[in-house]
Design a protein around this ligand. Structure first.
Ligand code: GUN
Ligand code: FE
Length: 424
């Protein structure tokens, strides 16, 4: 265990923008009171007496952010990957999530989920729970104990879902308010986020009620958007008044205008929807593995970046089978190449530097100052171990990072500092 004042020495890699990978070799990261003071070529005079953890030739990067995943889906990841979204929800997801009504089941499953995140490179996460208040509160406890800084949502849904996994509109709103009051100040690192599942599962009355809660408690919002062709068509039928899918959230102040919002997927977002997101500062969680598994499509991330829409990466467990944001970075690059080659040759593929940005600073900024070693941000970083991937000639630090992202992962972490402490 390390004190809250310490220095870390090594080669630091972080992003100051999608195309700006910064490398500082043989530098010193100074942390005071668990917060970053800066990265210096020498130890500043006034910090000379502090303990220094010397990691020599190793790479050190910011903690990763998973902008979109489902806690209750962790235990069935890797199953049912032969279906598209709406069938997959009905066949696998809703029946599994309904089980979280039993708190003992929820506790066992959420312990496994939190243990996985603790061992992972993820330091920050935006997480869906289920419709159950008690289980969601337990999920928040587990994530706090695992040292993860997180927004966690009790899901709302009152239509187009099975009877044993559906809320009455009024009860859903009341239950959500009680849950907000129970949890808003209960944890240091874990906070509630409003979570209408997606428009097909939320009536206008429910959305209106959530809009009122948003105004009263100023909470952020998470949901799904324009993920799948049948889903987009369905929303057109359900909300003929909405000029785009996003407008069905925006009408109730749940699309970034009333407070920060993050929308997963945006595979089929058209120009007007993206323009609205840009205007509202709405975040996109790009989830390439889920979009591949559920055959949803390939999101035009290059367009998001060109338009300046804030974007990060999501594993979308269990649409995505892996909880690794390292894997997600590589897959973001891979699917962007397929889109470029097969569908839209004006949108250049992502580079690995851009994908690294998305998984660190891009998603991290949803939490404020995070993901980029900014002065005053929390001491959150990963010390990488490349011993499993020996190389034949000297490589630059940037090339070593690229190789690590492709060939290594969470099992190759030497240390993780998260939530103000050394996790391992
Ligand atoms: N849309 C509504 N619910 C879900 C979900 O659980 N996963 C994904 N990928 N999309 C959704
Ligand atoms: Fe999802």
């Amino acid at each position: 265990m390390v004190d809250k004042d310490f220095i870390v020495k090594g080669h630091f890699c972080f992003s100051e923008g999608p195309r700006k990978l910064v490398v500082k070799e043989n530098h010193y990261l100074v942390c005071e009171e668990g917060r970053i003071k800066g990265i210096f070529p020498q130890i500043p005079d006034q910090n000379k007496g502090m303990a220094c953890l010397d990691y020599g030739d190793r790479l050190i990067i910011p903690g990763l952010t998973d902008l979109h995943l489902h806690g209750p889906q962790y235990v069935f990841r890797g199953i049912g990957m032969d279906q598209e979204l709406l069938d997959w929800l009905n066949t696998w997801t809703f029946p599994e999530e309904a089980k979280y009504r039993e708190i003992e089941y929820a506790k066992r499953a959420y312990r496994l989920f939190a243990q996985d995140l603790r061992q992972s490179a993820t330091c920050r996460a935006v997480v869906f729970g289920t419709i159950h208040r008690e289980a969601t509160e337990y999920l928040m406890e587990e994530l706090e104990a695992a040292g993860i800084t997180a927004y966690v949502g009790k899901v709302n849904m009152d239509r187009n879902c099975p009877e044993n996994y559906r809320e009455e509109t009024k009860a859903s709103i009341e239950d959500t308010e009680m849950w907000i009051q129970n949890t808003a100040e209960k944890f240091t690192r874990v906070k509630p986020i409003l979570t209408p599942r997606f428009i097909p599962a939320c009536s206008d009355g429910l959305m209106e009620g959530l809009g009122r809660l948003q105004e009263k408690y100023h909470l952020p919002v998470q949901s799904h958007l324009s993920e799948n062709k049948s889903e987009v068509q369905w929303v057109k039928e359900l909300c003929p008044w909405a000029e785009c899918y996003g407008a069905a959230y925006d009408r109730f102040g749940l699309f970034g205008s009333g407070g920060p919002a993050v929308m997963a997927h945006c595979v089929y977002s058209e120009e007007n929807e993206l323009a609205l997101m840009k205007k509202n500062g709405t975040y996109i969680a790009h989830c390439p593995q889920s979009n591949t598994n559920l055959a949803s499509g390939i999101a035009p991330v290059r367009r998001f970046l060109e338009m300046g829409i804030p974007t990060g990466l999501g594993t979308d467990v269990a649409g995505g089978h892996s909880s690794s944001v390292f894997r997600t970075m590589v897959e973001a690059v891979q699917v962007s190449k397929l889109r470029w080659r097969l569908a839209e040759d004006t949108l250049k593929p992502l580079t690995i530097e851009e994908a690294f940005y998305l998984g660190t600073a891009g998603g991290g900024s949803f939490f404020g100052k995070a993901g980029s070693f900014q002065e005053g941000s929390e001491a959150e970083f990963l010390v990488l171990d490349e011993s499993r991937i020996p190389y034949m000639k000297e490589l630059s630090v940037a090339r070593r990072l690229e190789r690590y992202l492709y060939l290594c992962g969470e099992k190759d972490l030497l240390h993780k500092f998260s939530g103000g402490r050394m996790i391992f």
